[in-house]
Design a protein around this ligand. Structure first.
Ligand code: COA
Length: 436
């Protein structure tokens, strides 16, 4: 069969393809900008014939009835390792639960890529080339492993997806069914940084030497940093998520990847999430290498880069240095993602540094994000024995190797001045630091 015949032999309408999902199936879905909106929009229409279908997602972006509609109870249950806005609401209704996980382990046999856990895969890809190869495009965290693990693989073909390079290719022969849907790509708008975020950006820029390799995480702060790096030379990228700020730095000649000690000359990452500017940049770009999340985020792989700097954001840090980036108290907020992977990896690197950045206060300056002890129920994203450097708009605290008393002092110094006396009193009252 030639490529065209093979393609057409697998082509179904979206309702026909979703009709292949059965009760009690475990459905793995491609994550973030590579999720298949046509297939996922259709899933809820099959409610009455489906029971107890578990859908495994990560950072879902679209609004889908199988997730949002309370009448889906008993028909669909969502298991998710990175929450967004809608997931927080659905969680409180009991139809969704969080999977604790490190990103580099997402595609290991124990978590997803095990036939007992995921037997169906729904993803997206570009149209095939003349030899039948497609690109998995914007997401390679765990998608390729799931294709290998699932009994039923359905891909949504979208002409708008960029053809990305690296380990992204799959062949038509690996896929059971295809549907076509040229939907617009989901975009993550770039939000203008606040004054506090700009101050944090300036402090972080001081910690980055020429020739460093960077990982930038998700949230407002990592994007605020990039304008302050315009004076740096020969930066490289080894990240999990490609972002718009990286395109700006590349276009300004700051990112050359010339000094990297692995994948020299190339930016490396596992998925892209941003605006059309980023999606155009990664299209057919020989300087952008997509690798699977189990490789990009393996701390030992990250650590082989010299001067590797990871920059991630937190919601709360306590005076012992425990970092919470994924919950507000016991209310689950987002996920660990690759924060611990990259923070640890950067510290394994010669000349490397793991940076956790956060604004010193939240909720209109009513509460301090630096706290004596993490709130009850807060999920620890980075334990105190892994934490390296913490930055707020009031400065930098270099915590590695410091005893609890000195850590508390360093963190109080970068806390919001309005809360510094309270922090001192509380840490002494708790007996963690009996006196300064
Ligand atoms: N207590 C209570 N509320 C807090 C808080 C605190 N200590 N800190 C922040 N908040 C609130 C904010 O006010 C904001 O509320 P709003 O949405 O009502 O305005 C909300 O929590 C989100 O905070 P914000 O700082 O704006 O979030 P962000 O979009 O910059 O994302 C993280 C920050 C930490 C949630 C995000 O980076 C994350 O999920 N990180 C973990 C995963 C990770 O880093 N992976 C690796 C890289 S991809």
């Amino acid at each position: 069969m030639d490529t065209k015949e093979l393609y057409h032999s697998k082509l179904l309408s979206i309702p026909e393809a979703v009709g292949k999902v059965k009760s009690h199936d475990r459905v793995g879905v491609a994550m973030a900008a590579s999720e298949p909106p046509g297939l996922l929009s259709e899933l809820g229409n099959h409610r009455d014939r489906l029971e107890d279908v578990h859908v495994w997602v990560c950072l879902p972006l679209g609004s889908y009835s199988f997730v949002l509609d309370p009448s889906m109870e008993g028909h669909f249950f969502i298991e998710n390792w990175f929450y967004g806005n809608a997931d927080r609401k659905v969680h409180s209704q009991g139809r969704e639960s969080y999977i604790p996980n490190n990103l580099h382990q997402a595609s290991t046999r124990k978590l997803y890529a095990n036939k007992n856990r995921v037997n169906v895969f729904l993803g997206t890809a570009t149209p095939p080339d003349s030899r039948g190869y497609m690109s998995l495009s914007l997401g390679l965290v765990l998608e390729k492993q799931l294709i290998e693990a699932a009994d039923l693989v359905i891909l949504e073909i979208n002409e708008n997806l960029p053809w990305t390079l690296g380990d992204t290719q799959v062949h038509l022969s690996q896929v059971d069914y295809l549907v076509e849907n040229n939907a617009p790509l989901p975009e993550l708008p770039v939000v203008a940084p606040t004054e506090a975020e700009e101050a944090i950006g300036r402090y972080i820029a001081e910690l980055i030497e020429d020739g460093s390799t960077l990982q930038l995480g998700i949230g407002g702060i990592p994007n605020a940093i990039t304008p302050f790096l315009l004076q740096r030379k020969d930066l490289g990228i080894h990240t999990e998520m490609f972002t718009d700020g990286m395109v700006d730095l590349y276009n300004a000649g700051v990112i050359t990847n010339r000094c990297k000690t692995q994948w020299k000359g190339k930016m490396v990452g596992a998925f892209a999430l941003g605006t059309q500017k980023l999606y155009d940049f990664v299209n057919n770009n020989l300087g952008v290498e997509f690798q699977q999340g189990r490789i990009t985020n393996d701390p030992y792989v990250i650590g082989r880069n010299h001067k590797m700097i990871s920059i991630n954001t937190a919601l709360q840090v306590d005076l012992m240095g425990q970092v919470c980036s994924q919950s507000i108290g016991h209310k689950h907020f987002s996920g660990t993602g690759g924060q611990l992977d990259t923070h640890r990896g950067a510290q394994l690197s010669e000349g490397g540094r793991g940076i956790i950045a956060l604004r010193s206060s939240a909720r209109n300056n009513e509460i301090s994000t630096i706290v004596p002890i993490l709130s009850e129920g807060a999920e620890v994203t980075v334990p105190s024995h892994d934490v390296d450097t913490v930055v707020t708009e009031f400065g930098t605290a270099d915590l590695k190797g410091l005893c609890l008393r000195d850590r508390a002092e360093a963190l109080i110094r970068i806390a919001n001045p309005a809360f510094q006396d309270w922090l001192k009193e509380e840490i002494m009252r708790l007996g963690i630091v009996p006196h300064f």
